[in-house]
Design a protein. Structure first.
Length: 262
């Protein structure tokens, strides 16, 4: 009895430890954030394409809904979980040690589950058919859509790295910068690939409605683009020091000064 009691006490202590509670909070925040991001963005797509409300939101309106949703959720949840809402962003952060690798699987599960639940909610609320399908399907060729997904994911991750990992950037405006990037990306890639930039965004609707046309594009493209974007920013980043300190200590600048003096 004492051993069993000791085990129970140890388990409860483990579950109640600050570290475990913090992880649970992060995972829940990612699930909630992804849920409302997908719900809001995909809901705008359904309403705009449905016969009764066709064209009321318009394509620019859809772009704004996605961008504003990201901005709102970043400012609401970034201090809790980092506000990734995107497996490609999570993995890219982990690769460059801005995020614990051990939490990657938990974030993946939370993000995909959040998207799945949001998609399921929309499927129950609306009569969804081929015209009102709110997932992502290539409009052009597979290669064209893949390139768009890589490029838009690259830009998104490049901006995310700038505002969240570099203290020389204006951090307080990070949510606005990321939201505006989403708006631009949806404007340019929406008519071609659907502008997913997020494997979870595409997997949720696909799993709910069993539509897997070109689904590999929305898994491969965002991961490749995000990792490349993070890699490029880390290459040009060089250091956390302000530029004036880099110039003051750089051998190149010193050599140039000596040359001009002689």
């Amino acid at each position: 009895m004492e051993e069993n009691g000791g085990n129970i006490h140890a388990d409860s202590t483990f579950c109640g430890s600050p570290a475990v509670v913090q992880v649970i909070q992060k995972v829940i925040a990612e699930l909630i954030g992804t849920y409302f991001l997908i719900f809001a963005g995909c809901c705008s797509v359904i309403i705009n394409n449905a016969e009764e409300t066709k064209g009321r939101i318009t394509f620019p309106g859809i772009c704004l809904v996605w961008g504003f949703s990201v901005t709102i959720l970043v400012y609401s949840l970034a201090h809790v979980s980092g506000a990734h809402f995107n497996p490609a962003v999570t993995l890219s952060f982990a690769i460059y040690r801005h995020f614990p690798l051990r939490l990657v699987p938990l974030y993946f599960i939370a993000q995909v589950l959040g998207s799945f639940l949001a998609s399921g909610t929309l499927y129950l609320l609306f009569e969804v058919n081929e015209k009102t399908y709110f997932g992502t399907i290539p409009s052009g060729s597979y290669i064209q859509s893949l390139v768009f997904e890589i490029l838009t994911s690259f830009l998104l991750m490049f901006v995310v790295c700038a505002v969240s990992t570099d203290n020389r950037a204006i951090g307080k405006l990070g949510g606005i910068a990321v939201g505006m990037t989403i708006i631009v990306n949806v404007f340019i890639a929406g008519p071609i690939s659907g502008a997913s930039m997020n494997p979870a965004r595409s997997l949720g609707p696909a799993l709910v409605m069993w539509v897997y046309n070109g689904i590999w594009i929305y898994v491969v493209g965002p991961f490749v683009g995000a990792i490349l974007g993070a890699t490029c920013y880390n290459l040009i980043r060089y250091t956390d020091k302000p530029l004036r300190e880099i110039g003051a200590s750089s051998k190149i600048f010193k050599t140039s000064a000596c040359t001009s003096a002689t």
